[in-house]
Design a protein around this ligand. Structure first.
Ligand SMILES: C[S@@+](CC[C@H](N)C(=O)[O-])C[C@H]1O[C@@H](n2cnc3c(N)ncnc32)[C@H](O)[C@@H]1O
Length: 272
């Protein structure tokens, strides 16, 4: 093969390479234009989330170390199923002398609260991305002062009752790290979840501190209760009222044999 032929061959390869690259680029570009906007937003949020100093995603070895994360010894409150973290942020604004940690699995939702907390310089607000089923592994005994559970999925089917965040299965997890007498706050628009939680409180020897069947019908409500979340505004249950319970756990929760009794009551009362 002479030099001329080799040069021509290289030029052809170069042109083919350019054409393929251009086509691929067009393809990617076209693909990009046809992808739903949320897909891109999510990708960008996930990338940003990795660099947010106030977010930990599936961290190991955090039990007993939250005071280092917040750089102070102030009491810690969790917002479970925080979604966009309206409570974590709202409570953080109202109580600068306390720390608040929003917990949820969905990174793109956590991003909203974490971004807001960063923009508002709320050093007392952080977020933990994880499965709530694993929550006990993230905290040492007595490391958490209170828990807010804000508009969790009510998991209406009886067969899904164990997924409700006020099911005794979860209360046993919370008991491993909440201080004795620490309050668990539930705010929900679901009458079923509200009634279910009251049944659990009764059956498992918990102590009710506040029980509002209809929060906004009360004459005066605490500022903490006025914080509105995204799901609160959606009014999915169409119940026209917001229920609120705060309660504490007994020193020792009844064992798992009690759960069978609970399941039987749910079946018989047709609560679901
Ligand atoms: C109905 S949304 C409520 C969000 C928010 N609290 C609000 O009121 O707008 C329920 C949230 O719980 C989260 N979630 C449900 N089960 C979970 C679990 N096992 N672990 C972590 N997050 C969970 C979902 O990702 C979702 O963001």
């Amino acid at each position: 093969m002479n030099a001329g032929t080799t040069g021509q061959k290289a030029a052809i390869i170069c042109i083919i390479h350019l054409a393929i690259t251009k086509c691929l680029f067009c393809d990617v570009y076209k693909h990009r234009l046809t992808l739903p906007a949320m897909g891109y937003k999510k990708l960008i949020r996930f990338a940003e989330l990795n660099g947010f100093p106030n977010v930990l995603q599936f961290p190991g070895d955090m039990a007993g170390k939250w005071s280092s994360f917040f750089k102070n010894e102030n009491p810690l409150t969790l917002e479970l199923a925080c979604g966009k973290g309206e409570y974590a942020v709202g409570l953080g604004q109202l109580h600068p002398d306390q720390n608040f940690l929003g917990v949820d699995l969905k990174g793109n939702r956590i991003w909203v609260g974490a971004k807001k907390a960063l923009q508002q310089h709320l050093d007392n607000v952080g977020f933990l991305r994880t499965q709530i089923d694993q929550i006990a592994s993230y905290f040492a005994a007595n490391e958490v002062e209170a828990i807010w559970i804000t508009f969790p999925d009510p998991q209406l089917r009886t067969s899904k009752a164990k997924k409700r965040l006020t099911h005794p299965k979860f209360l046993r997890l919370y008991q491993q790290f909440i201080i004795p007498g620490g309050l668990i706050h539930l705010k929900t628009d679901s009458p079923d979840l509200y009634e279910f939680t009251k049944l659990v409180i009764d059956l498992y020897g918990c102590t009710v501190h506040t029980d509002y069947d209809n929060v906004y019908a009360m004459d005066a409500i605490a500022a903490d209760l006025m914080i509105k979340t995204h799901y609160e505004s959606l009014d999915i249950a169409k119940s026209n009222r917001i229920h609120y319970l705060s309660f504490s756990l007994p020193v020792q929760l009844p064992g798992k044999e009690k759960d069978e009794e609970l399941q039987q009551i749910l079946k018989h009362e047709g609560m679901d």
